[in-house]
Write a protein of this length. Structure first.
Length: 211
């Protein structure tokens, strides 16, 4: 635990992220639960807890400065990424974590219970079948294969002023060239994840509202 805390502190410092001691222990607990459940449920291909800190925790946390608003949905969240780490360090924001696989939602429920999170709602559903009562300020996605799929399947989720936030590796020039005219790219953020090989980008989109 102590080594893990030292390691997390070092990564947070490199990423210039300041969080509370309680939030640090919750993030370490999340890694421990992910490692434990992974053996039986195969939730992630990352096996080593040390690598999880970089590839799952920090890779999620660097999105936090770009969250505008209060209500977010993480679509195709898998084992709760980036939604759970973001919920831990943003207790003032609400997160819906959506996935169609029961074992992933069961894991997220267990994490909510053990970490005492009050700002996360897990939903088992296919994204195109989920109808929220109100639109979200931000629709997050880390795992979608293409921007076109994300924007087409999630078109009903943001509020009129809400944004789509797509986490990608390399800058997806080809995918951006194929976007429909009804969607505009609002901003591109190059994310720096300490000790992570390869590029990370966060792309922010909005639907163009009919006049």
């Amino acid at each position: 635990m102590e080594n893990m805390l030292e390691r997390l502190n070092g990564l947070l410092m490199q990423a210039d992220i300041v969080i509370t001691d309680t939030q640090k222990s919750q993030l370490i607990q999340l890694v421990e639960l992910l490692h434990k459940w992974n053996k039986a449920y195969n939730l992630t291909s990352v096996r080593d807890p040390d690598a999880m800190l970089v590839k799952h925790i920090l890779d999620s946390l660097v999105v936090s400065p770009h969250l505008k608003g209060e209500h977010f949905i993480d679509v195709g969240t898998g084992p709760g990424l980036p939604g759970l780490p973001l919920a831990v360090i943003n207790p003032d924001k609400q997160f819906v974590l959506l996935d169609s696989l029961g074992k992933r939602i069961n894991f997220i429920r267990q994490v909510i219970l053990e970490l005492g999170l009050t700002n996360v709602t897990p939903i088992k559903s296919r994204v195109e079948e989920y109808q929220p009562e109100v639109g979200f300020d931000g629709v997050l996605s880390r795992a979608f294969a293409s921007l076109e799929d994300m924007l087409s399947w999630c078109h009903h989720l943001p509020s009129p002023q809400g944004s789509f936030l797509a986490l990608k590796g390399q800058y997806p020039e080809q995918e951006l060239a194929e976007l429909p005219a009804s969607i505009r790219l609002v901003a591109t953020h190059k994310l720096v994840v300490p000790e992570l090989e390869g590029e990370r980008h966060l792309l922010e989109f909005q639907a163009i509202q009919p006049e």
